[in-house]
Design a binder for this molecule. Sequence first.
Ligand code: 5IU
Length: 263
Amino acid sequence: NQPNVDEKRTVVKSNYLPIREHIRTIIEEKKSNLCLSADLTNLDEIIELSKQVGDYICLLKIHCDILNDFTMEKIRQLKTISKEKNFLLFEDRKFADIGNTVSLQYTKGLSQICEWADLVTVHALPGDGILKALEESSKEVGEPRGCFLLAQMSSKGALTDEKYVKATVQYAEKYQNFVIGFIAQSRLSTSSNIDYIHCTPGVHINSSEDKFGQQYISPAEAVLQRGADVIICGRAILESNDRVQTAKLYQTEGYKAYQQKRQ
Ligand code: 5IU
């Protein structure tokens, strides 16, 4: 006997913290505002890595479409680790199609993203039907789901100008339960007093760019000058000699700045 959708919604309301609050709680409890961007092509490797660094991160971001060995069984293993280690799973899908299509991409296919991803990324470009569709689909699972709207990108030549950012913020306000924050390179001004989570990718201590236009700043600059709550780090950690020690370093640097900013 499956509960119907309304019953599931009640479950969501009664058993879980709203996802925005949940992230803030994780950040404080674990003293970590670090999102590891595990851009690896092997899910077994991500599972192992998550066991090693799970204590030092608040979010684990993946791209499920680059995995050579994706199975629902493995992703459920990762989900179990995320619950044990208290971080949220974040699929960086960057949805960008019409509502009907994204809803299928979110819930169907080999990866059934909505089943396991606490969070996803969404482009505002197609208009706000994309948010209506994803939010509606997300209600079919018995756990809270949210998304980050892409407001600004870290890459050179990004087309996200001021007008685009403004319109993106307006969509976020309209879907304020589902949109829990932004991927951005600066603190965005909103007309409500909602504490949107700002995530900033393009964070590296030893590098300023890559050969494809990625642009890097330090954890302190991301948090204190750009206003990030969460720093997103990929290759800075993945390509280091010691991923665990480097994750700890970014955790420390990121959280020190986070505390300084919130004082
Ligand atoms: N990412 C960016 N910049 C953006 C957005 C997403 O780098 O503006 I939106 C993603 C891409 C990659 C990760 O998965 O964040 C950054 O990886 P590196 O830290 O390895 O550059």
